[in-house]
Structure formats: C-alpha cells, structure tokens
Design a protein around this ligand. Structure first.
Ligand SMILES: [Fe+2]
Length: 165
C-alpha cells in the first residue's frame, strides 16, 4: 500500500467521523433548543448552528461520495444514541443553560481541531481540492465558538436575571 493510499484511508475515515460529529451536534442542538427559548440571542444562534451543521454534514457526504466512499451507517446510529444522552444530560439542572453553553464551547473547539486534522490529511491523501470546503466549515465553527466565548458573560447575566424574574 502506498503512503498516499494509506493516507486516503485515514482521510476517508476522518471524513466519516466528522460526519458523525456533525450529526451529533444536530441531535444535541435539537434536544436543547426548546428550553433555550428564554435566551433569544442564544436561541437564534443555536438555530443557525443547527442549519449549518446539517449543511456541514452534507458537505462531508459530498466529499465522501466524490472519493467513492460513503458514511458509516452503523457509526452514525451509535453516535445518534450518544447525542440523545448528551442532549438530555443537563435537562432539569438549575443552571442548564450555562452547562449547555460550556459544553458547546468545548464541542466547537473539538470540531475546529478535527477540521484542522482533516486539512492535513486531505493534503497527504492528494485531495487538496477538498480543502476550501473543509476550510469553509472550519470557519463557521470558529465563528460560533467565538460568539459563544464572547457572549458567555452576557449569558450568565441573562441567566441571573431569568432566575430572579
Ligand atoms: Fe458543525
């Protein structure tokens, strides 16, 4: 097996994993959104992030198809179950919104890093053409991560106001 072929296998596996990561994000956001309505800014951002995650997953699907591969159905089913658990883990917690936002910041950091990994793998696999697509998704993750990070103080204040209301 040539190094490039080996790198392609690793890259394709990475694309499949990232697809599962995006689908987990979709599931988690879906679970959390109904209870985030008291925080309109956060709610709007989560809605946009949900739509973007669906698009990002579709982009990964397209890249996999382009390389004659497909996403792993089994892996997706397993991750879907994890998403359900992850989405409900903070339900009922008094400070659910804060826990959700902290978890989302961590998740965004993971997503940004995993797109970085994919960019290196794309080069190694001779799939440099894929990079603008991956970079677009990475940029979107960065934007959401930045928004969450810079709005964290506001969200804490909104939470405190909500509690005393
Ligand atoms: Fe995403």
């Amino acid at each position: 097996m040539s190094n490039v072929k080996q790198a392609m296998d690793v890259y394709l596996d990475g694309l499949r994993n990232q697809h599962a990561v995006e689908m987990q994000a979709v599931g988690t956001i879906q679970n959390e959104m109904p209870r985030m309505e008291p925080y309109p800014d956060l709610y709007a951002k989560m809605k946009a992030d949900h739509e973007r995650s669906v698009t990002q997953a579709a982009r990964l699907d397209d890249l996999l198809a382009k390389h004659g591969s497909s996403k792993s159905v089994i892996k997706q089913a397993v991750t879907g179950a994890v998403a359900t658990v992850a989405g409900f883990i903070h339900v009922g917690a008094d400070d659910e919104v804060l826990k959700n936002v902290l978890a989302a910041i961590g998740y965004k950091a993971y997503e940004i890093s995993s797109y970085k990994v994919l960019l290196v793998l794309a080069d190694a696999a001779g799939a440099g053409d894929d990079k603008p697509t991956l970079e677009q998704s990475m940029k979107e993750e960065q934007e959401m991560g930045d928004w969450l990070g810079s709005n964290l103080p506001n969200l804490v204040q909104a939470y405190l106001g909500w509690k005393s209301a």
